[in-house]
Design a protein around this ligand. Structure first.
Ligand code: OMP
Length: 271
């Protein structure tokens, strides 16, 4: 992370990076060996070289990269730390998100927070709020580092619990209500799937100044235009639009990423 961003409050950092990069695009670096182009499979460390290629092809048009830990924890045939090396390839001035949706009792959550923030040096992480306040606290201690709390996820199973009525509210609305209380250091964001554009608009009204990490564009069928219109803040920022498979495994990574980046800016400038 660039020096000027190092000790900047998390939400302010997102605003500054999105402005400097003129981008709300976050690319999901979720590599799968079987899906790599043949040329990368020949490399000594295929995933590492693939990540290098994606980062070099897109770093000028993204505000963030999101590394889903599952894709690294499940891949280490050469016993090298590909995740750490890939993080090191990201140029300064780009937010690096570690997506592990971690949590546990406070004492154990502390360990997770240490690994993710201190060992890997992620700027932000995704956090599961299901275990409550003490489990979330270790992730929100440092105002310069951020936690994206799962609110309304993009997958079909989101309805099983998140859309259960608790009193006169859905459970995910309760989570958002509590998240606002936790946000005393202005370093918390929400995860809201692009597959819920109507709910996204209502959520944005409830959290006008909170960052929203929005997965579900591309392979999961979320609507980009509605997501931008409903998810951006009044200043047309604070939405991080994560796109993974449909960019990184496309035939022309640069072209595909550029198209998404341009469409996002067209939609937000028309708002
Ligand atoms: P693509 O579907 O390939 O664009 O990738 C989506 C990424 O976002 C994956 O890393 C998912 O694990 C993650 N994700 C969701 O797809 N839905 C959610 O509700 C939350 C996340 C996440 O927290 O990032």
């Amino acid at each position: 992370m660039e020096d000027k961003y190092l000790h900047m409050n998390f939400t302010k950092k997102i605003r500054s990076i999105q402005k400097a990069k003129n981008s709300l695009l976050c690319i999901g670096l979720d590599p799968v060996y079987e899906k790599l182009p043949a040329s990368f499979k020949k490399a000594e460390h295929p995933i590492r070289e693939f990540n290098r290629f994606i980062i070099e092809s897109t770093s000028d048009i993204v505000c963030a990269y999101k590394f889903n830990l599952a894709f690294y924890e499940s891949y280490d045939p050469h016993k090298i730390d590909i995740l750490r090396e890939s993080i090191g390839m990201v140029p300064p001035g780009i937010l690096i998100i570690g997506d592990g949706k971690r949590n546990d009792i406070g004492n154990s959550a502390e360990r997770y927070a240490n690994i993710l923030f201190d060992e890997y040096d992620f700027d932000a992480v995704t956090v599961n709020p299901y275990m409550g306040t003490d489990s979330v606290e270790p992730f929100i201690k440092n105002p310069d580092k951020g936690a994206f709390i799962l609110a309304l996820t993009s997958n079909p199973g989101a309805k099983d619990f998140q859309k259960l009525k608790v009193g006169n509210q859905y459970l995910y609305e309760k989570v958002i209500q509590r998240t606002k209380k936790w946000n005393v250091r202005n370093n918390i964001g929400l995860v809201v799937g692009a597959t819920h554009p109507r709910e996204l608009a209502a959520i944005r009204k409830r959290v006008p100044g909170m960052p929203i990490l929005l997965p579900g564009i591309g392979a999961q069928g979320g609507d980009l235009k509605k997501s931008v219109e409903n998810g951006c803040s009044k200043q047309n920022d604070l939405l991080l639009i994560n796109v993974g498979r449909s960019i990184i495994f496309s035939d022309n990574v640069r072209e595909t990423a550029l198209q998404v980046h341009e469409m996002i800016n067209i939609y937000r400038n028309k708002k």
